[in-house]
Design a protein around this ligand. Structure first.
Ligand SMILES: [Zn+2]
Length: 142
């Protein structure tokens, strides 16, 4: 029964799965068509270029998931993976925030491009919206 664990590729896959960022219930999913538009807009505002098809999209059921800074609605992984809480998967700022990490190939939020250039933080995004700005939700974006 344990024979398949002896296969080196299977063993490697198990190790990678155990070490990587992998919130409970996360699943690979196909990005909706609008994500390509959002990707193009994010390339334009940042002046950076990247490969949309290289990103592996992961969805995590619910409104947030545990991350190093607390509870996140989005998380970018240097291995070209973007995790999104399912409740926020159609929120343009949340999705494009993570896209910008992929385009920058790093975490952290220097301005520009975050804030100046791309209004992809809660505070700067709410200022661009015509609806009355609510106070930014305490939702973290890794
Ligand atoms: Zn971030």
């Amino acid at each position: 029964m344990l024979d398949h664990f002896r296969h080196p590729l299977v063993a490697l896959a198990i190790l990678l799965g155990a070490c990587g960022f992998d919130p409970a219930g996360s699943q690979a999913w196909e990005p909706p068509a609008v994500y390509r538009e959002w990707w193009d807009k994010t390339e334009a505002c940042s002046g950076l270029g990247g490969d949309f098809d290289r990103v592996e999209w992961m969805i995590v059921p619910g409104e947030s998931f545990p991350c190093s800074s607390g509870k996140c609605v989005g998380h970018w992984d240097p291995g070209h993976r973007i995790f999104l809480a399912s409740d926020w998967s159609m929120h343009e700022m949340v999705v494009r925030h993570e896209m910008l990490h992929e385009l920058m190939r790093r975490s952290g939020h220097p301005s520009p491009p975050f804030g100046n250039g791309c209004p992809l933080t809660w505070e700067t995004w709410l200022r661009t919206q015509s609806a009355p700005a609510l106070s930014p939700p305490a939702r973290l974006l890794d």
